[in-house]
Design a protein around this ligand. Structure first.
Ligand code: 5GP
Length: 194
C-alpha cells in the first residue's frame, strides 16, 4: 500500500482560495485531485486485501458520505454498504467526547468483514466507541478506513488500518465535513486559518 500522505510538516500552498463560515476564515488545504488520487489508492488497497470475501463498509454519517461514495467506487471487488449515525460536534469546533448512536446499522454483522469508514479521526473517542460497538457483533474482522487523521490529538493506542492523510490538529471542512452543517459541498478540503 502506498504510505499515508503525511502533511504534518508540509506547507501546502494552493494559492489564495478561501472560504468563510460563521465569521471564521478557512483556506484551501487539499485540492480535489489530490483527494481523489489518494482515495483511489485506498480503494485499490482494500480490493487487494479482500480478494475472496465481501466486506461491508459501514459509513459514519453525515461527514463520511462523500468519502464513502468515492472509496466504494474505487473498490474493484465485491463489497456492501451500510450506515451508522452518531452525535456530532453540533456547531462547535472541538469534540465534546460524549458519543451517542442516533442510527444503527441495519445489516446483520456477525461473521462479516467490517470496514468502518470515517471522514476524520481527531481525539479517537468516536472511533473507540464504534470499534467496541462493532466487536460486540462478533465480526470475522474489523478494520477502519479514515480519510483524515490528526495524530497529535489522538490517543496513541488506537489502530487505524487505512489512513488517507495525516494532518495538523486544526479544524477542517469540505468534502463532506461541515462547520455547523455548512461547507460539506466543497470538493476540496479547507483548513481553519488561524
Ligand atoms: P473524535 O471523536 O475523533 O474527536 O471526533 C470524530 C468526529 O468529530 C468526526 O467524525 C467528525 O465528525 C468530527 N470532527 C473531528 N475533527 C473535525 C474537523 O476538523 N472538522 C470537522 N468538520 N469535523 C471534525
Amino acid at each position: 500500500m502506498s504510505a499515508t500522505r503525511n502533511l504534518l510538516d508540509t506547507s501546502v500552498d494552493l494559492g489564495d482560495a478561501t472560504a468563510s463560515y460563521r465569521g471564521d476564515q478557512f483556506r484551501r488545504y487539499l485540492d480535489a485531485e489530490t483527494i481523489q488520487t489518494r482515495v483511489g489508492e485506498m480503494g485499490q488497497q482494500i480490493s487487494e486485501d479482500y480478494p475472496d470475501t465481501t466486506p461491508i463498509l459501514v459509513s459514519v454519517l453525515n461527514g463520511a458520505f462523500m468519502f464513502t461514495a468515492d472509496l466504494m467506487r474505487a473498490i474493484h471487488t465485491e463489497c456492501e454498504i451500510d450506515f451508522i449515525k452518531l452525535s456530532s460536534y453540533g456547531a462547535e469546533k472541538v469534540s465534546s467526547g460524549d458519543v451517542q448512536e442516533l442510527k444503527s446499522v441495519d445489516a446483520p454483522l456477525a461473521d462479516r468483514d467490517i470496514i468502518i469508514v470515517e471522514d476524520i479521526v481527531d481525539t479517537g473517542l468516536t472511533m473507540d466507541f464504534m470499534k467496541e460497538r462493532f466487536q460486540a457483533y462478533n465480526p470475522s474482522s474489523l478494520r477502519v478506513a479514515t480519510l483524515l487523521h490528526k495524530p497529535t490529538a489522538t490517543e496513541p493506542d488506537l489502530q487505524l488500518d487505512y489512513v488517507g492523510f495525516r494532518i495538523p490538529d486544526l479544524f477542517v471542512i469540505g468534502y463532506g465535513l461541515d462547520y455547523a452543517q455548512l461547507g460539506r459541498n466543497h470538493a476540496d478540503i479547507y483548513i481553519l486559518d488561524e
